[in-house]
Design a protein around this ligand. Structure first.
Ligand SMILES: [Zn+2]
Ligand SMILES: [Zn+2]
Length: 389
């Protein structure tokens, strides 16, 4: 595929009508490339992906072919090497937050090998490893996009699955063999990071890295991580590498050795009241990857005055039971955080490469995706399930 890097000229010569599995047929331009008198056509480049699609709420995924979005000057094509399974994928399969537009190909912790780049793509070359997270597009003109906070785009953020590109094409995620999309949301993977090690940094990693950085975690901080799972195992690693004292809270006794290996200074079982009180009024930050509704009095008791409660869990029901008096008296902030911007993702990858932060992964072959999803549904991963091609 290296010859693709040197393609010189492109001419749209004709249009070809192609229809795909349940999709309305659409016009795809057939492009002829020539370089040193050798001719290439788009027929050299795959125009479809083979993905594991969900066709209904909670159903098993089935393999099917779908069209890639149209290739343009800003496009990156890649062959997918691996893709982590995130809780959001399960919510989407189950129509948990909002109704899903089936069929959907989920997966948004994607690492791939670049096979083709558009002429505007300068930061990636054919053969590079690249990653894509939860977001694959934004409007680029709203105030948040101009401030490099594209994850908060106020006009048209595009999500990597169950969404539509600006041209109306459906987005398909990483439970597949190929991905194509916008260079602005495709990130070069540092050589020091293995592909599986890097995969979940694209969502689970940056989702915890960005707020810890935003709310000033450093060597004077003491951070509680609520829930030692896919997000929490990153939270521990980031906070420790930022210099903080770190305590993890979970309900499973046999994670204590993992907690130590991840760098925790203490590990607390949340249903053990005696252990819970050990750290009362001491935390500058709580990073909640698992929040129990109406448990706010316990959480606020753990925080120091001026403490920050960072909400990284998104339960499917509204939260309730906040004690306003405690919030005021301890001047507590309860903050939400939403994935990370492209700058956050680049910084988290570099930080991970420098400090040895990585995805603790249980690997599954891509064609065992349904087994892997069941594994995740039962809460088994220590601490992420990652699908590999
Ligand atoms: Zn995610
Ligand atoms: Zn925007």
């Amino acid at each position: 595929m290296n010859r693709l890097r040197t393609l010189g000229f492109a001419t749209i010569t004709q249009q070809t009508r192609i229809g795909f599995l349940g999709q309305s047929s659409r016009m795809i331009p057939r492009v002829t490339y020539s370089f040193f008198q050798r001719a290439y056509t788009t027929q050299d480049f795959p125009q479809t992906l083979n993905g594991w699609a969900c066709y209904g709420k909670g159903e098993q995924l089935k393999k099917a072919e779908f069209p890639l979005t149209q290739f343009g000057d800003d496009s990156v094509d890649m062959d997918i090497l691996c893709c982590g399974i995130c809780g959001t994928d399960i919510h989407c399969i189950d129509s948990g937050w909002t109704p899903t537009n089936y069929p959907a190909v989920v997966g948004h912790e994607i690492i791939g090998r670049v096979t083709r780049v558009g002429k505007n793509v300068k930061h990636l070359q054919v053969g590079d490893r690249a990653g894509v997270g939860c977001q694959c597009g934004s409007c680029h003109h709203c105030t948040n996009c101009k401030d490099h906070k594209e994850n908060l785009c106020e006009d048209h953020a595009v999500w990597t699955f169950n969404d539509h590109w600006a041209n109306g094409d459906t987005t398909y995620g990483g439970f597949a063999d190929r991905w194509r999309g916008d260079k602005n949301f495709v990130f070069k993977i540092p050589d020091a990071l293995g592909s599986v090690d890097a995969s979940s940094i694209l969502c689970g990693g940056v989702t915890t890295f960005a707020p810890l950085k935003r709310y000033g975690v450093g060597n004077r901080s003491k951070v509680a991580i609520l829930g030692l799972g896919g997000l929490g195992h990153f939270g521990v690693q980031w906070a420790k590498a930022m210099g903080a004292q770190v305590v993890a809270y979970d309900v499973v006794p046999d994670k204590v050795n993992d907690a130590k290996a991840l760098g925790c200074d203490d590990y607390i079982l949340v249903n053990q009241a005696a252990q819970m009180v050990r750290h009362m009024d001491s935390f500058t930050h709580i990073l909640a990857t698992k929040v129990i509704n109406n448990n706010w009095d316990d959480y606020f008791a753990l925080l120091k005055k001026n403490g920050v409660f960072i909400l990284c869990d998104i339960p499917e029901v509204p939260l309730s039971g906040l004690n306003a008096l405690t919030m005021a008296a301890k001047q507590i902030s309860v903050v939400g955080s939403f994935i990370g911007s492209p700058d956050d993702i680049r910084e988290s990858l570099d930080f991970a490469a420098k400090h040895g932060v990585r995805t603790w992964a249980h690997k599954f072959p891509m064609d065992q995706v349904n087994e892997a999803i069941e594994y995740v549904r039962h809460g088994h991963p220590r601490y992420r399930a990652v699908l590999t091609n």
